[in-house]
Every structure is written in structure tokens, then in C-alpha cells.
Design a protein around this ligand. Structure first.
Ligand SMILES: [Ca+2]
Ligand SMILES: [Ca+2]
Length: 219
């Protein structure tokens, strides 16, 4: 028997031994596990393990209806260079927009105190200027100001402050709560006449105002 035949016979006997078979299986399993781990970790380092990432996106409101609700009109009267503050509690939920609309109408030219009705009204009432400031329940402040247009029958003025809100859950209380509103009459334009013999200006020192609050929300 040659050396090669001896080794072959010895190897066949060695392979048939149960311990050897177990050892071979264990070795193969070990290699597979190591390879698997390497693949996993190398993959993890490159791409990161699979996981669900919280998107932080909006709630799906497709099953809800978009509704616009007026919270009513409030009215007041201000003199130039004065202001008035008020708090409006909004109880609606799932709000995506809150709109504050301040409107006013300046006095008509005919209301100039020295004019005689039915004769001629040479005075033109110059625009008044208002300001509107709104502080949200979370303390964010927005403001706007503006003057009315001129109209002989009383110029119309409007200032709008809008908050767009992202309702991220159901129910959402983003926008629900106390809103602080300040209405300021910054200045009042006088009645002015271009007639040479007229009194140059007649005092207009005040005006009425209306404030409407609108809420857009899902129901
Ligand atoms: Ca005016
Ligand atoms: Ca006025």
C-alpha cells in the first residue's frame, strides 16, 4: 500500500468518526455565522439597519371636511393715537387657519361739520390709519396696519392678519385657546378743502371699527 492510499484510507476513517462529523458541521456553521455577521455589520455601517422612521408629517385629514366658521363680529370706536386690547377664546379644534379681519369706513365728505347739506361739499375726508396686532396662544405675534381708500361717501379700510396652522393629530389643539388682539387707531386724516376761501382742514379725530374672527378647521 502506497503512502497516498494510506492517507486516503486514514482520511475516510477520520471523516466517518462522529466527533469529526460534528466538528466539520460546527466549523461550517461557524464560518456561515461569521460571514453573516460580517455581511450584517458591513451593511449596517454602510446603510444602517432597517427601521421605521417617524416622519413628523401631518395627520391624514382626507376623511374630514374643511369648514369655515365665523366667531362673530365685534365693534368699537377709537380716537386717533389710542388702542384697545381684547382676548378672544377660540374653542374650536383641528384648526388650520385663523383670520382676523379689521374693517372700518371713514366718515363721508358730507359729514364735515361745516358743510351745509344739499349745497356743496368741498371737503374731502382724508384716510384714517389703523393697526392690528394679534398674539397667538403660543405667544407668536403678528401685526399689520393700513389706511382706508378715499371715497366721497366714506372710504373703506381693511386689515387682515392670518395665522396658518398645521394640525398634526386628531384632536389638534394647535390654535385652540386665548388669542390677544390689539386694535390701534394710529391716525385720522382730516377733512381737507382745496377751495381758496374754505377753512383749510376740519378735524376728524376718530372712527368706528369692526373686527371679525374666522376659523378654518377640519370637522
Ligand atoms: Ca378721515
Ligand atoms: Ca374718521
Amino acid at each position: 500500500m502506497s503512502l497516498t492510499e494510506d492517507l486516503s484510507k486514514w482520511f475516510k476513517v477520520w471523516v466517518r468518526t462522529k466527533n469529526t462529523q460534528f466538528g466539520l458541521v460546527a466549523f461550517v456553521v461557524l464560518i456561515l455565522v461569521m460571514f453573516g455577521n460580517f455581511s450584517y455589520w458591513s451593511g449596517a455601517m454602510e446603510y444602517g439597519p432597517a427601521k421605521i422612521i417617524a416622519t413628523g408629517g401631518e395627520f391624514d385629514w382626507s376623511a374630514y371636511s374643511e369648514t369655515n366658521t365665523s366667531l362673530g363680529m365685534e365693534s368699537g370706536y377709537l380716537y386717533a393715537e389710542t388702542e384697545v386690547a381684547q382676548t378672544r377664546d377660540i374653542t374650536n379644534e383641528n384648526i388650520y387657519r385663523v383670520t382676523f379681519i379689521l374693517t372700518w369706513q371713514d366718515e363721508a365728505d358730507s359729514e364735515a361739520p361745516t358743510n351745509i347739506p344739499g349745497i356743496i361739499f368741498p371737503y374731502e375726508n382724508q384716510p384714517d390709519e389703523f393697526g392690528l396686532e394679534v398674539v397667538s396662544p403660543w405667544g407668536d405675534s403678528e401685526n399689520a396696519s393700513g389706511s382706508n381708500s378715499y371715497d366721497s361717501n366714506g372710504g373703506y379700510g381693511e386689515i387682515i392678519v392670518t395665522y396658518d396652522i398645521i394640525p398634526e393629530a386628531q384632536p389638534s389643539v394647535n390654535g385652540t385657546g386665548a388669542w390677544n388682539i390689539t386694535i390701534e387707531m394710529k391716525s385720522a386724516g382730516m377733512f381737507i378743502s382745496s377751495r381758496p376761501n374754505a377753512v383749510l382742514g376740519i378735524y376728524d379725530g376718530s372712527n368706528d371699527w369692526d373686527l371679525e374672527v374666522m376659523v378654518d378647521h377640519y370637522v
